[in-house]
Design a protein around this ligand. Structure first.
Ligand code: FES
Ligand SMILES: [Fe+2]
Length: 400
């Protein structure tokens, strides 16, 4: 249990934690209240594993990038021996920020204020006029480290992991998706969006296709909204798959793959499916037969989020002279923008005094799965609410 006091009580979220047929959606203050936002940042984002980028963003020694996690500026850098490190971007002297560019290449870090220098491993190299200080050990003046681990080419950091490794956090998720061998994939495109919606609104939207017939007519042709299954989960993730219709080979502007082969390691059945996963708190993975799309959802404040969307492909495919990811990128860019419209509408509507939490349809069992993760963490009572995919049950009932 947390030492921070949750502004949302167990009683407030009790209706969310019921079985989906009886559950109600999250109380609207969780999308708007700055105190709730501050709690989420301090109790969740500052204490769990958060994906900040890809290993290829710091591929060579000295190459770094900066991420902001729970308001903290964090440097991710590769040292000369090839190891990745995470550091707070804060000088040990008077606390100045050290790097001011979002990414770059350096041989060492030099504080812009009084020029203390630090190695790529975070150790203090030089601090002028400290030689005669008493009780000042340069070895004890390294940049403060942040826990950093990688999985499938993704870089995760945790400001305060409290003994939990990344493997503990991922739980049984890798068994469902390691066959995509994402460590071998490389980014072809990256698009950033600013969305006028709370980060949880975006995760909820990603978790269902109930809205697809009306909001995404193009997507709904390729993967009809009611053809899919959701998976049992034993960790902080929710996910499942949708089935491709007709002769569609992937999600793209025309449903074609444009010469891209299936990723090595996939099962024959994966050729006809798109898999979607939400990993707590803010990584969305969309796994296609021929490429992977990811969203990182970064809360800005209670009412706004920054979404970083990336498209990953096989390097052998990317070097081909005719390689052009536009069909995949344009398709999802359109779909993303369609989603942002309704996310912003929900953000605005739930601000109304008239709104009381609505009901989940059984097409929204994965929204419920995400919301249950949220609700358990507000309740902070040590109880993990089990959720089970209802899709199968619902489909069976509809056939009878
Ligand atoms: S604050 Fe960094 S050297 Fe003084
Ligand atoms: Fe959508």
């Amino acid at each position: 249990m947390s030492t921070l006091r949750s502004p949302v009580s167990a009683a407030d979220v009790a209706p969310v934690r019921r079985p989906v047929e009886r559950a109600h959606l999250l109380p609207p203050q969780v999308f708007h209240d700055p105190a709730v936002f501050a709690y989420e940042q301090a109790a969740w984002f500052a204490r769990t594993w958060v994906c900040v980028g890809r290993e290829e963003d710091a591929a060579e020694p000295g190459v770094y990038f900066v991420a902001t996690v729970a308001g903290e500026s964090v440097i991710v850098v590769r040292d000369r021996a090839g190891a990745l490190h995470g550091f707070h971007n804060v000088c040990r002297h008077r606390g100045s920020l050290i790097v001011t560019e979002p990414a770059g290449t350096l041989v060492r870090f030099q504080c812009p204020y009084h020029a203390w220098t630090y190695g790529l491993d975070g150790g203090l190299l030089r601090a002028a006029h400290t030689e005669r200080l008493v009780d000042f050990e340069p070895d004890e003046q390294s940049l403060h480290a942040v826990a950093l681990e990688t999985w499938q080419g993704f870089v995760f950091v945790a400001l305060d992991p409290r003994g939990e490794g990344l493997g503990d956090h991922l739980a049984d998720l890798p068994g469902h998706i390691d066959r995509w061998q994402m460590a071998d994939l490389r980014r072809a495109r990256r698009i950033e969006y600013e969305v006028g919606a709370n980060w949880k609104v975006i995760a909820e939207n990603y978790s269902e296709c109930y809205h697809c017939p009306g909001v995404h007519p193009q997507l709904n042709k390729l993967t009809p909204y009611d053809r899919g299954r959701n998976l049992e989960s034993n960790g902080p993730w929710a996910g499942g798959w949708m089935e491709l219709a007709g002769d569609a080979g992937t999600m793209s502007t025309d449903g074609g793959r444009h010469g891209r082969p299936s990723l090595p390691g996939l099962l024959p059945v994966d050729d006809g499916r798109i898999y979607y996963f939400v990993l707590w708190p803010n990584l969305l993975l969309s796994l296609h037969p021929d490429y992977v799309m990811t969203h990182q959802v970064w809360p800005i404040d209670a009412e706004r989020s920054r979404v970083v969307c990336e498209w990953l492909f096989e390097p052998q495919t990317m070097v081909r002279a005719d390689f052009d990811p536009s069909d995949a990128v344009d398709f999802w860019d359109l779909t993303n923008r369609q989603d942002w419209v309704v996310c912003e509408l929900q953000q605005q509507g739930t601000r109304s005094r008239s709104y009381v939490p609505g009901r989940y349809t059984l097409m929204e069992d994965m929204v419920h799965a995400f919301d249950v993760m949220v609700a358990d963490r507000y309740a902070d009572d040590g109880v993990t609410t089990r959720f089970e995919p209802r899709h199968d049950k619902w489909r069976a009932e509809r056939r009878t």
